[in-house]
Design a protein around this ligand. Sequence first.
Ligand SMILES: Cc1ncc(COP(=O)(O)O)c(C=O)c1O
Length: 445
Amino acid sequence: MWSRRSFLQVGGALGTAAWAAKAAGGLDTVHAAAAAVGDRSPEEVAQDEFYWREIQEAFTLDRTLINLNNGNTCPSPRVVLEACKRYMDMSNMLPVQYRGDIERHLQTVRRGLAKEFGCDEDEIALTRNASESLQIVQTGLDLKPGDEVITTDQDYPRMLTTWDQRMRRDKIKVTRVQFPVPTTADDLYQRFERAITPQTKVLHFCHITNLTGQLFPVQRLSRLARSRGILSVVDGAHALAHFPFKIRDLECDFYGVSLHKWLLAPIGNGLLYVRRENIPKLWPMQAVSERQMASVSKFEAIGTYPTAIRASVAEALAFHQAIGAEHKAARLRYLTLRWANALKGNSRVKVLSSLEPGQTWGLAMVGIDGIDARALSQFMMNRYRIVINAVVGGQPPAQVFDYTGLRVTPNVYTTLQEIDTFVEAMEEAIKKGVPAATPGRGSGN
Ligand SMILES: Cc1ncc(COP(=O)(O)O)c(C=O)c1O
């Protein structure tokens, strides 16, 4: 077992050979590091660079680039990638035998996710991403012409396109609520409440948006919906494993997530939560027999798929638990406050995310007055090798909003030096300006 002293020693005196041997320990090392700081608050641990050095070592990154676009997809830690390769090798030995074995063992993954994120294992299905999870709901609900869905202008483009297609195909009505950023939970609640009509059947909104990370009052909106006989569909793509909460406490009807974002699972993993009483009523994406209609497993009926990708969620969950949800959230917030506090005093800088406690963690947005966001993101790459995406509003059926900026999404492996380089780059841009944008780069997700 590691003590705080041995933890510090390996970081310094024992040298690179010991460091490399220790780094090879993977999850053990993360557990030991967590034990060494176990008596301190998440906010204190967030500032302990010796602890976070352990986490940084758990990834095989290209440190010649600074990745501040973890909001798109995140790299998996080494242990997760190795698990995925092992399952892939195993599956390939005799697919009909071993792929089937892995598939049966996936119940461990469902059980683990349900326990960690607070729901029952027979209310969740493993999917390929948040798009699939949410589209199962969006296309699987019985809605008739004239039925209304209320969503927002800042919901995810693919989800907006999906409702738009149902509007064209099934003649449903889609109403989009607008809101300023950052705004309050009360404001968002009131905007939805005012928009509800007798035809409203669904409220669809993000837990936090992919743009500024605006946090929605999910429980209050879900209760409002239920009190009016309306279903609540929540896009949790950026929320789960980013900051701590339990799905059952949200009280929503449906919750869709990508696990290759903040859980750090390999690309191609998602989760769908369906509140128990809604399972029999919701059509699956691919057809199943009538007797399967009552089981949540119908949402996983997609034919042959790579079980190795799915099985390695178990390792990603173990990594997440080894750090701890509270510690992870506190570190992400610490990294965000580091750049935001350094920049916000400049009168040309606009931080478009709330910096109040409990509102923002590792996803926030910033713009500079007079500088085009696309040009700024290209400058970040060309001059500082910072990977970051520009956010620019569009026209329906895409997202519509009137602000622009850079979405800054660090991760648990991000170093303070990397954050400080971003601050330096922003300061240079403010002082000297940036070259005009060249075509080819737009907003990301
Ligand atoms: C808010 C939101 N919803 C849904 C999605 C879709 O996720 P995926 O591409 O993993 O399906 C994203 C992706 O960035 C997102 O940001």
